[in-house]
Write a new protein. Structure first.
Ligand SMILES: Nc1ncnc2c1ncn2[C@@H]1O[C@H](COP(=O)(O)OP(=O)(O)OP(=O)(O)O)[C@@H](O)[C@H]1O
Ligand SMILES: [Mg+2]
Length: 673
């Protein structure tokens, strides 16, 4: 229940120690203060003069999304951020959680327990506005896999399962346990149920600081109430974990849900209209000439008063009513000059002084790296099995293409024409069949979205993701190399002997792995279906052209095509390996032997064996995967650097801060004059 008492709890003060407080001018000061033992584990989050700006699309200027916000969130309390759509609720949550986009600039001070620091894993969680979930899993699978990834190895599998089931029940999803989440193309859970699955996943570790962006969108008022009340009351059940600090943005709470809020932050166009106890908001509006009509939900009244998106319609319909711009102006000015605001600033200062870093150092651990790799491999394997677009559809098309190739190149024979035919067949297999690997790109982009969400919440790292994705794909790639490979190899009658067939399949497998790795690199840089597929296809088109088939190696123009493309395109090694495997040891009519054909007709480098080509291809697979890993690791690390580079001094600020993780580490402070 909301409380009118707006001051920091003093009676429970029981422990005294010294803290070093960071001040905005980078000097440090020591204070001897007392801290509440009960709240020792809790997270006090404060923000002062928080500005967020983005470059203005048209002019070279900036647009302020958040304008000098100040506020706090305390353990055991639920802070609701409300305001019309586009007022900056998600931006405020992102800023507080350290997740702003790289094109934004942030100024002001965000402190955790009075200091700038990164939160340990499991201390904070963020349920984003968009649900990024693995659509092929059922609710219980999604939550259980997540439990295995997030919860420490000290817990048994049974305990993790129990935690997962309990959390599912807490969110009222017990009836949908075995329903697949579903996404585009396959209907599964409703929008509101998906929201609850996202919340479940983030609640598993019982985080001390919880950000929720629109947790109730898509839910009816009764479901909204149950979800919010469960969230609000969770810490009462989680004995021993300390009080939870909760910040939720919310669109339209019912009056029952509204009663659950302790504090309310009301925004309009990035400005604070009201910050304070939720129960006192009504009084604030009434005092400023906007009393809530009887029988009207207060939150509806607040939003209606400050929503200027439809101002014209409202003005037309309601003659004599104060225009919304004016109403907002009255309220923001009144708020800025109110005792409430002064009290808020002093409370923020008080919290900053009173808190210490010690209590948060206790890190909660998650599953170890090996467990994460195993769980991610198994989860990804199940997803690939159920997602028809990942491999099954491609297998079908490959089989059809294989039959097509087998009929076009039937009865190869050993005459002069068969030399060209064999070459063309092998070239088609090594380039076009592998080229089609880009068909799995959309599914992979979906996986990347889930990975991004889970990584931002600290569930696991990039290395475990790359391991999981690589190992889970291997059996499928082996299958789609083997079955179509056998059709293409045996029906037209390529070089007899099972060793030749094994080499052929291995090479096809390596090429598919390579194209997948290439597409992963593309996905990490261009995470969009259409542009990603076009980019991947363009790169491969160039490589095929420079691979030494359409223009023989000696005829390739030297700049770019021969040096360096011919040597870096994997097609060179694929063609050479395939050709050596096929022609070496073959005798053609007119006493022509295969080696001669390779040397004279295909202009191959004969100094090394076909196995070297295969080894180079596998080496390239490892290299490409490492590049992919490097990119996803660097992009994360580079973000704050890019942001710092883009940051410029802002009039209103004393400090600009970059926060790469949940909250900014102390050394991340960047000071501006
Ligand atoms: N990275 C960005 N670049 C440009 N504009 C942005 C960016 N992030 C947010 N905005 C703009 O800032 C404003 C606030 O966005 P935000 O997503 O915070 O709104 P919101 O209050 O969460 O809205 P909703 O209730 O619809 O989710 C919007 O006008 C949005 O277009
Ligand atoms: Mg939003």
């Amino acid at each position: 229940m909301s409380s009118l008492d707006h001051s920091i709890p003093v009676p429970a003060i029981s422990r005294a120690f010294e803290v070093v407080e960071s001040s905005s001018n980078n000097k440090t000061a020591t204070h001897s203060i007392n801290v509440n033992e009960d709240d020792g584990d809790g997270v006090f989050l404060t923000w002062q003069d928080l500005w967020v700006t983005v470059p203005d699309g048209q002019k070279k200027g900036n647009r302020s999304i958040l304008q000098g916000l100040t506020g706090y969130a305390r353990p055991g309390e639920l802070l609701a951020i409300m305001g019309p759509s586009g007022c900056g609720k998600s931006t405020l949550l992102d800023a507080l959680a350290g997740r702003l986009g790289s094109n934004t600039r942030q100024a002001g001070e965000i402190l955790i327990n009075g200091r700038k620091r990164a939160l340990a894993y499991g201390t904070s969680a963020y349920v984003t506005q968009d649900d990024a979930l693995i659509t092929t899993l059922t609710v219980s699978e999604a939550v259980y896999y997540s439990a295995q990834l997030q919860l420490p190895d000290t817990m048994t599998k049974l305990q993790k399962k129990e935690r997962a089931e309990m959390t599912i029940k807490e969110m009222g999803l017990q009836d949908a346990m075995n329903t697949r989440i579903g996404g585009w193309g396959a209907k599964g859970l409703s929008g509101g149920q998906k929201r609850r699955v996202s919340i479940c996943i983030e609640m598993l570790t019982r985080p001390k600081l919880l950000f929720l962006d629109e947790p109730t969108s898509g839910l009816d008022s009764a479901a909204s109430y149950y979800v919010m009340s469960r969230i609000a009351k969770l810490d009462q059940r989680d004995h021993g974990v300390g009080s939870r600090t909760m910040i939720a943005s919310i669109h339209q709470p019912s009056s029952e849900v509204f009663q659950l809020f302790h504090n309310l932050c009301l925004l309009s166009s990035g400005q604070t209209v009201y910050f304070g106890p939720a129960s006192a908001a009504n009084e604030f509006f009434a005092l400023n000439g906007f009393p809530c009509p009887a029988l009207q939900n207060p939150s509806d009244h607040f939003l209606k008063t400050i929503n200027k998106d439809f101002q014209k319609d409202i003005e037309e319909g309601l003659a004599g009513v104060i225009p919304t711009e004016e109403a907002i102006d009255i309220l923001t000015k009144s708020y800025k000059s109110s005792d409430n605001y002064l009290q808020l600033r002093s409370q923020v200062a008080e919290i900053c002084k009173a808190q210490d870093s010690g209590a948060l150092e206790k890190k909660s651990t998650h599953a170890d790296f090996l467990t994460q790799c195993i769980v991610l491999t198994s989860r990804s394997f199940v997803n690939m099995y159920r997602d028809l677009g990942y491999y099954w559809f491609r297998l079908g098309v490959y089989v059809l293409l294989g039959i097509g190739l087998a009929t076009v190149f039937s009865n190869l024979g050993t005459d002069d024409n068969s030399i060209q035919a064999r070459g063309s067949l092998l070239m088609f297999v090594a380039s076009y069949l592998t080229f089609m690997t880009i068909g799995g790109f959309p599914s992979f982009v979906e996986d990347m979205k889930v990975f991004e969400r889970e990584r931002l919440n600290g569930h696991y790292g990039a290395t475990a993701f790359v391991f999981g994705n690589t190992f889970s794909a291997l059996p499928y790639l082996a299958l789609i190399s083997l079955i179509p490979g056998a059709i293409v190899y045996y029906l037209p009658g390529l070089h007899k002997g099972y060793q030749h067939f094994i080499y052929f399949v291995l090479l096809l497998f390596a090429c598919m792995l390579l194209v997948e790795s290439l597409m992963m690199i593309v996905a990490s840089l261009v995470p969009n279906y259409l542009t990603g597929i076009i980019t991947g296809a363009g790169i491969q088109g160039l490589m095929i052209l420079g691979g030494g088939f359409f223009r023989l190696p000696n005829d390739l123009p030297h700049p770019f095509w021969k040096y360096p493309l011919y040597y870096i395109a994997f097609h060179k090694y694929a063609y050479q390996g395939m050709f050596k495997n096929e022609f070496e040891g073959l005798k053609f009519d007119n006493n022509l032997d295969g080696e001669q054909v390779l040397r004279d007709k295909w202009q191959l480098q004969m100094g090394y064996s076909k196995w070297v080509d295969l080894a180079i291809l596998f080496g390239m697979v490892v290299f490409y995967r490492l590049v992919f890993l490097g990119i996803i690791k660097t992009v994360k690390k580079m973000k704050p650097v890019v942001k710092a580079f883009m940051s410029v001094p802002m009039k209103q600020t004393t400090q600009i801060m970059e926060n790469p993780c949940a909250t900014p580490p102390q050394e991340d402070k960047i000071f501006y004059q």
